[in-house]
Design a protein around this ligand. Structure first.
Ligand code: C2O
Ligand code: CU
Ligand code: CU
Length: 564
């Protein structure tokens, strides 16, 4: 009995001390990038079966880090080798909507997708992940995600660490819920398993990394489905935030905390000078996260599933760092200034929109949540935004929980939060902003360059479960928005029946000439008539969603139809 007890203690202490070296994802450099998505499995836990995972290329989990250069033309091939449809979205990048990888551009199983675009974004840390309608969480939490590092000539002139994996470290932080058979669930309420770069890092196993005794740069992505992190180091050692989602800050921000909601990124510099032989931990000071923000103290919930992760509201380690000897030519200084950000001014803006975050009732904490009381609809364009419009969007959270709001297409600046200017950490370019319960946040963005009247861009909550459950909307950027808006209102054309079965009828004013194009969701044109035609046979169309584009001499009319 006694020996068994001692043995148990030994096993427990041994498990508590277990350390795994942090996995550093490999890199791909351009101009041609090949990503093959495949089904895989990983033994995350010492007991029980392997976890089914998704990975890109040779990675069992997650994908390679893509290194992009601003101004370069890239040619990406995504090959879908899983048995389900997927998409790949380049989160934070400014690309044409047909290459944005949203839910309207599915990549069917066994097929490839070949986006080609010019890199327009500033040096910063971006990422990629699937964005399939209602299945983003399901695929992303199995490991379908990766980092994107954009470099540019301005960043290149600064004295900054940029030796990937040596003094410039990618950290993809995820917190997930696994079932009793070690399978990841697309749920966030009881997420208790921490992963960094796919290395499990809690419950008896901690990820560690050797870093040199010099200035080191960490690029941190919160790729969790739901959890907010309040990063800091053990002993409250200070560090310097140098970048937010979409670019460098004006100057390094000397701080001890970095709060990141799902989807957000930041780059920090930390000095390990003179610390050879010492250890330090990257932590989340979650005890400082307020109730209502995921990761803060568990909210007592009436009915519904419990939000009872043991990580809620307590401080915990994310990564152990052992400081080792400096490298050759180490970076030993923190720059005093970085770039010049010039946020758009409210006085330049031409449109104001207001988005309320809502739920069916006040007591709902696990969703579904809505924008302006309506759920996402693939067939509804929520906003038609005129090209080059500078817009102020007011985001008002009327629910009980925090939501990280994400905008596709363009980086934005935060004008204010509850009337107060944002802290230095949020004064740079952003594509996600965490909006706490009761908060009113105003953001400003300019919608430049890319127009497409067929394929919209998304905006959504980046809590993946909320997104999948309908907390999402879509917009198109149009160079002839007046024409489109007018037509939507005047109903110059009408399509019926919708859903269509054997034929689609077009009601149009007599003698109006027009051409018709019909596209499937892959953007392939499946029907074309250069002249007026009011009956289109649709029997041979596969069932699904189609986009009908009617062009008259005055205007373009776009409507989605369903073929049954
Ligand atoms: Cu990171 Cu629309 O997503
Ligand atoms: Cu995005
Ligand atoms: Cu949300």
């Amino acid at each position: 009995m006694r020996t068994r007890f001692i043995l148990l203690i030994l096993i427990v202490t041994w498990q508590c001390k277990a350390q795994s070296p942090l996995i550093i994802p490999d890199t791909l450099v351009g101009p041609n990038y090949n990503l093959t998505m495949h089904l895989d499995s990983v033994q995350f836990f010492s007991n029980g079966p392997k976890s089914i995972t998704l990975g890109y290329n040779s990675n069992h989990y997650l994908g390679p880090t893509l290194i992009l250069n601003k101004g370069a033309s890239v040619n990406i091939t995504v090959n879908n080798q899983i048995s389900d449809t997927t998409t790949v979205h380049w989160h934070g990048l400014h690309v044409p909507s047909k290459w944005d990888g949203g839910p309207h551009t599915p990549i069917l199983s066994g097929t490839t997708w070949n986006p080609q675009f010019q890199v327009k974004d500033n040096a910063a840390t971006y990422w990629y992940h699937p964005h399939l309608h209602e299945k983003t969480a399901l695929q992303a939490i199995k490991g379908a995600a990766g980092l994107i590092i954009v470099r540019d000539s301005i960043e290149a002139q600064l004295i900054l660490p940029r030796k990937y994996g040596i003094d410039d470290i990618p950290l993809i932080v995820q917190c997930q819920q696994f079932d009793s058979l070690n399978q990841a669930l697309p749920l966030g309420m009881q997420d208790s398993t921490l992963l960094v770069n796919g290395t499990r890092t809690n419950n008896g196993n901690i990820a560690y990394l050797d870093l040199p005794a010099q200035i080191v740069r960490l690029r941190i992505l919160n790729a969790s489905g739901e959890r907010v992190f309040n990063f800091g180091f053990s002993g409250n050692k200070n560090f310097y935030q140098i970048a937010s989602d979409g670019g460098l800050l004006n100057a390094p921000f000397d701080t001890t905390r970095l709060r990141l909601g799902p989807g957000e990124r930041a780059e920090i510099l930390i000095s390990f000078i003179g610390m050879t032989g010492q250890s330090i931990s990257l932590m989340s000071y979650a005890s400082e996260i307020p109730m209502g923000t995921q990761g803060g103290p568990t909210m007592p919930m009436i009915g519904g599933p419990p939000m009872d992760s043991p990580l809620n509201g307590v401080d915990f380690n994310v990564l152990d760092i052992n400081v080792v000897s400096p490298t050759a030519n180490p970076i030993l200084t923190i720059p005093t200034s970085l770039v010049v950000n010039t946020p758009y001014l409210e006085s330049q803006s031409n449109t104001a929109r207001k988005i309320d975050f809502t739920a069916a009732s006040d007591t709902i904490m696990d969703g579904p949540f809505y924008f302006n009381d309506s759920t996402f609809n693939m067939m509804r364009i929520d906003y038609i935004i005129p090209l080059n419009s500078i817009e102020v969007w007011t985001l008002v959270n009327k629910t009980m929980v925090a939501h990280p709001f994400h905008l596709h297409d363009e980086q934005f600046y935060i004008l204010d939060r509850n009337g107060m200017p944002p802290p230095p950490s949020e004064q740079g370019r952003k594509d996600v902003v965490l909006v706490a319960p009761g908060d009113s946040v105003r953001i400003i963005a300019k919608f430049t360059e890319y127009t497409d009247s067929l394929i919209p861009y998304m905006y959504h909550c980046h809590i993946l479960m909320h997104e999948d459950a309908g907390m999402m909307g879509q917009f198109i950027v149009s160079s002839s928005p007046v024409g489109i808006a007018d037509l939507f209102e005047q109903y110059q054309f009408e399509l019926y029946p919708n859903p269509a079965t054997v034929e689609l009828n077009i009601k149009a004013e007599p003698n109006v000439e027009f051409s018709i194009e019909i596209f499937n969701l892959l953007g392939e044109r499946v029907f074309y008539s250069s002249k007026r035609q009011i009956k289109i046979p649709t029997l041979q169309f596969e069932s699904g969603l189609y986009i009908v584009k009617i062009t008259s001499n005055k205007n373009t009319f776009i409507k989605k139809i369903i073929k049954q």
